[in-house]
Design a protein around this ligand. Structure first.
Ligand code: SF4
Length: 329
């Protein structure tokens, strides 16, 4: 895939809530239930409207996992007019579709029934596997148990949901653990064929977090991991790196296909100290390979019709704009 143009998705990032039941050692996103922990509907709608005007095609809904398990959150979301966060997410996904932007939700662990409910209003979904290893950084995070994450990724396959997953590097795992994680992803994809991309993401220490002084993997080590991913995974799974967190210029030659979601409007709320590069910078980075925009549902899944019929008009319209053709089955 190395001679193909690098791809990216023009998106807006909508962190519906910073409240989360987990306690990951590297997290600076999570907050207690407090003023400002919920992104209110007016802010979501304004972001969608402005994003759509800037040509964004993806609304990335990423937020804390099962926030209702935290004291006070249920009362807060009910006061906002929604029984629970996933009802709120579903309603905001509908607003996104009405604004002409395709939703992609990563809500942490969801059951089969919850994913089934969100599937009609999402073009794709995601959950980072992070690692199959048991690492101290995940102590206190029930949702980070590898078996739980692998089971959800597998369930998404059974539901034919085009899916994004990935590895988080530098959280206490070894190179052998990374290999094991990649084989686990490959095996699930062999059974269901739904993994459209994997993100190779480096952990970035944040001042004030419990892992502020934790050592981070260097560029050479990340390159070895990308090469390993390319060797283990089939060609139809794109390998993505986040260009705001990583030395992309040194790594794209290691086997990278995609630069992920890049926003002309919103910040990376998980890594707010790392601004997105401008799209012109990405174009320079891509050099002679070229840079091409894509949708959050990859073309092969559009061709297979792996989406709800209700999304078809929007997917076809955006495919026409981005690929210059309708990619319907
Ligand atoms: S699951 Fe995500 S938001 Fe929750 S504590 Fe872990 S890193 Fe933070």
């Amino acid at each position: 895939m190395q001679d193909r143009p690098l791809t990216f998705s023009k998106n807006v990032f909508l962190p519906l809530t910073t409240v989360c039941r987990n306690r990951c050692g590297y997290c600076c996103f999570r907050t207690p239930v407090q003023a400002g922990c919920l992104m209110v509907p007016a802010e979501v709608e304004k972001t969608l409207k402005n994003g759509s005007a800037l040509g964004c095609t993806e609304a990335l809904f990423t937020f804390g996992e099962r926030p209702e398990e935290e004291q006070g959150f249920s009362a807060m979301i009910q006061a906002a007019g929604y029984p629970a966060i996933l009802d709120y997410c579903e309603a905001m996904c509908r607003k996104s579709i009405a604004s002409g932007v395709l939703p992609h939700t990563n809500a942490g662990i969801m059951s089969v029934e919850e994913m089934e409910r969100l599937r009609p209003v999402n073009a794709s979904m995601g959950l980072m596997l992070e690692t199959t290893a048991r690492v101290p950084a995940h102590r206190g995070s029930r949702g980070k148990e590898p078996e739980v994450r692998l089971a959800m990724i597998e369930d998404a396959g059974k539901l034919k949901i085009p899916f994004t997953t990935g590895l988080l590097l530098g959280i206490g795992e070894t190179m052998a653990d990374r290999e094991d994680s990649l084989f686990a992803i490959r095996d699930i994809h062999r059974r269901y064929g739904h993994i459209q991309e994997i993100i190779i993401q480096n952990f970035c220490p944040k001042p004030g977090s419990p892992m502020a002084t934790h050592p981070v993997p260097g560029t050479d080590e990340i390159c070895v991991t990308i090469r390993m991913a390319r060797d283990i995974l089939p060609d139809d799974i794109a390998i993505q790196i986040p260009p705001n967190l990583i030395d992309a210029s040194a790594l794209i030659g290691c086997g990278v296909d995609d630069l992920g979601g890049v926003s002309p409007l919103t910040i990376d709320y998980v890594n707010p100290e790392h601004p997105w590069p401008a799209i012109e910078e990405l174009r320079k980075l891509a050099g002679t390979r070229g840079l091409r925009e894509r949708l959050c549902i990859y073309p092969q899944y559009i061709a297979r019709g792996w989406y709800d019929k209700g999304l078809e008009p929007l997917i076809n319209r955006l495919a026409q704009t981005v690929y210059g053709r309708s990619s319907g089955p």
